[in-house]
Design a binder for this molecule. Structure first.
Ligand SMILES: Nc1nc2c(ncn2[C@@H]2O[C@H](COP(=O)(O)OP(=O)(O)OP(=O)(O)O)[C@@H](O)[C@H]2O)c(=O)[nH]1
Length: 380
């Protein structure tokens, strides 16, 4: 049996205990969307719905995810772990209420989300009877992994709560580095299923319909008969085991018990959470093209190292192609594709302590007026 068909079989054979849900988490740029595309491309025969949450005002991921069609719902701007109770729940209900039967749900969080509140949204509401949290899959960037660098509670929790941890981008690092990382990851999460991947290529039966999430480890479901989104009872066993909470993440500390669709609270909460980790995102859009040389100069000489992640759909005056831009850590790539809609630039920069006004100005200075005479294209 092929990998894809055995995944189909296991999904179809699974006991009917509600819609199976896999949460994909992992730090900025680690390969979550790459994994999602791998799943969507190979899980033939299983009707998979996808919820994607992005940090940044413009959603670039909906442009980057394969065959999204009507099965993808993009959750609005913000951090999923903060806005979750209403937005995520509503999105899941919309999936459940669809006339055609959905077999599987995959939720991709932002690189800055703490996965536990996301998981608890499935367990701590009426969704617990309608869905079955199968596992939390955490994607780790083997080249950029460094908890010190990230200084981020979310990054730590992504490992702590990962049932399956994919050590991705193995092509970019040495065997000794991989062994060192595996040892570090094991210190945080000894019992996770730890798999090495390149381009997030993993046999799907190893990550889907695996029933690895142990809800009673984090959450006492017995007390919840009358609780409306009250996550205040979660046991936090894992937190107790690891005294790593050096940041005061208490604002986000999974006590969503008082949210009750209180939007003011959500905003306060989101601001707190993101301030703690110090990350902000800058969204840049323009109906004018970039001049290649100017953008190259910006990337080589002006882009601060505090910009940890960037992604965008780029329009260069010199090229008729649509260019997909990714930056994670120090590495960037620009790939060609074809325009299907109107040409424009869309770019999101994410980092810690960014000077938004300066970056905005620098990017604007890279723009040019569209010329009618085109060159031969980018990189040629
Ligand atoms: N060399 C290499 N590049 C990879 C690998 N996996 C993903 N990438 C690249 O890394 C970049 C980021 O990948 P994404 O899948 O967009 O990462 P992400 O986790 O979804 O990013 P955010 O949603 O922004 O946090 C892209 O340019 C990918 O092509 C890998 O195994 N090796």
């Amino acid at each position: 049996m092929t990998v894809a068909s055995s995944a189909v079989a296991s999904a179809l054979d699974a006991p009917k205990l509600g819609l199976p849900v896999t949460i994909i988490t992992g730090f900025l740029g680690s390969g979550k969307t790459t994994l999602l595309n791998h799943i969507l491309t190979n899980q033939q025969g299983v009707k998979t719905a996808v919820l994607v949450n992005e940090f940044g005002e413009i959603g670039i991921d909906n442009e980057l995810i394969v065959s999204t069609s009507e099965d993808m719902v993009e959750l609005s701007n913000g951090c999923i772990c903060c806005t979750i109770n209403s937005d995520l729940m509503d999105a899941v209900y919309r999936v459940l209420e669809r006339p055609e039967k959905i077999d599987y749900l995959v939720v991709e969080t932002t690189g800055l989300a703490d996965p536990l509140p996301v998981a608890l949204t499935f367990l701590g509401s009426e969704l617990r009877d309608l869905t079955r949290l199968d596992s939390i899959v955490t994607v780790v960037d083997a080249e950029n992994y460094s908890l010190d660098l990230f200084n981020s509670q979310a990054a730590y929790n992504q490992l702590l709560y990962g049932d399956i941890i994919l050590l991705n981008k193995c092509d970019l690092v040495s065997e000794s580095r991989l062994q060192e990382l595996e040892a570090k990851i094991r210190e945080i999460k000894a019992d996770a299923r730890l798999l090495r991947t390149t381009q997030a290529q993993v046999p799907l039966p190893l990550i889907l319909s695996v029933a690895l999430f142990e809800s009673d480890r984090y959450f006492d479901s017995r007390d919840h008969s009358d609780c409306d989104h009250d996550h205040g009872h979660c046991t936090h066993e894992a937190h107790d085991h690891h005294e790593h909470n050096h940041h005061d993440h208490s604002a986000c500390d999974h006590d969503h018990g008082h949210c009750e669709h209180d939007h003011d609270h959500h905003h306060e909460h989101a601001a707190n959470h993101l301030e703690i980790d110090g990350f902000t995102s800058l969204s840049f859009q323009s109906d004018r093209p970039f001049a290649i040389r100017k953008l190259q100069h910006f990337l080589d000489n002006q882009l601060p190292t505090s910009v940890f992640r960037a992604k965008g759909i780029l329009w260069f005056d010199e090229s008729a192609k649509r260019h997909i831009f990714h930056l994670s850590g120090k590495r960037f790539s620009i790939d060609d594709s074809e325009w299907t809609g109107p040409k424009r630039n869309q770019l999101v920069l994410i980092g810690q302590g960014l000077d938004h006004a300066e970056l905005q100005q620098q990017l604007e200075a890279c723009l040019t007026l569209p010329s009618t005479t085109r060159g031969k294209g980018f990189g040629r």
